[in-house]
Design a protein. Sequence first.
Length: 453
Amino acid sequence: MQVTSRNPLKMNKIRIGMLSLGCPKTLVDSETILGKVVGEQCDLVPSVTDCDVALLNTCAFIQDAQKESVDRILELIELKKEKRIRALIVMGCLVQRFPKQLQSELKEVDAFIGSGEYAKIPEIVNRVAKGEHVVSIGVPGYLATSNEARIALTPPHYRYLKISEGCDHVCTFCTIPSFRGKHRSRTIEDVVTEAKQLVDDGAKEIILTGQDTSYFGRDLEGAFLLPRLLQELDKISGLEWIRVLYAYPSCITSEFMEAMRDLEHVCHYLDMPLQHASDRMLLAMKRGITKRKTMELVEKFRKTVPDLAIRTTFIVGFPGETGDDFEELLAFMENVKFERLGIFTYSQEEGSAAARMPHQVAEKVKQERLERAMQLQQEISKQNNQKWLGKTLQVLVEERDEKQPGLWIGRSFMDAPEVDGNVFIRTHKEIRPGSFHPVKITSIKEYDLLGEL
């Protein structure tokens, strides 16, 4: 850890602002960081734009995320120049991935902290408050335990729970292992302990996250332990929904399917990024699965869990992707009719194997393919939503719609926060965010449902 001195802040209790970018995994890290500093040492203030020390937890997954992180850093530097904030700490994936570049180009930042150094946050905040400049990179990928406090950055009725850190897969488009490390699982006992704490704090929905949740336990016992974890979580009193994010297709087992079918509180929702359907592309991406195996997996899962909602993501414009490869992907989408789907254009990431591949696809072609794929999915989503007309869904209420009186916003079992659609509820009754209500679906949109109590 490198330390140099700057002008100290004169204060009694440090006012902390937090901005967390990127995925739920980073959000959990940010909550853990706040749990380490807020209290006797610091107070958390509502806005990162008006505080003593601003904390920015960054994302470095693809170029768009990196640009957003850098843009936020530059905005906070301007606020520092205007004396609206006193000091700036930048941490997380972007720092771990590009430590030298950031230090060289952003000298106004008071501290840079890598993704594995979060245990040192209290010390570093104190040092920065005293006017010191700190750089602490270290080994990537901090993984908290149930013994560490967290301060919620989500509404209290749903909480993310990180069950593992890092990744052992070798996807050619991805550099995450370089700044998050190899896969490490928590123990089942520790995850269950934290889940109980979150439920005691008011959580009705627990959302399991990790770079690959389906790989959970493999490093500890040589077996996929996610089904066993779900069985233990399902026993927690007061927990209504358990949702699983980021399951890797080649690691999904029959036991996982059966656990989702048989356990009362596990949502019939599968977040399983597939990335492509062409065998040429899957091989080039090193996804470890073929189109035929993928189709067999989907068919088996849907047979086991008939009302399953599948969320997936695809990449268009991967190096060497031909028009035929793309048409094969569209045909696959049309055939499977995924309930939830995201499309990304390929991002040529520095340090990834795919970045060095020949036949990089032009940006214009990537955008054309993105638009065609999203237009198809919009039609598929509307077809899928038609089947819910006249039926009743259990809905978790999120908030009142500020623009339309008498309308509330909620989610069904098919919808993860922020990435999926909503269920809009018509009622003049006062209903409580975080409560569950049966809602009869009366009309549909491309991605959303509308209904009434």
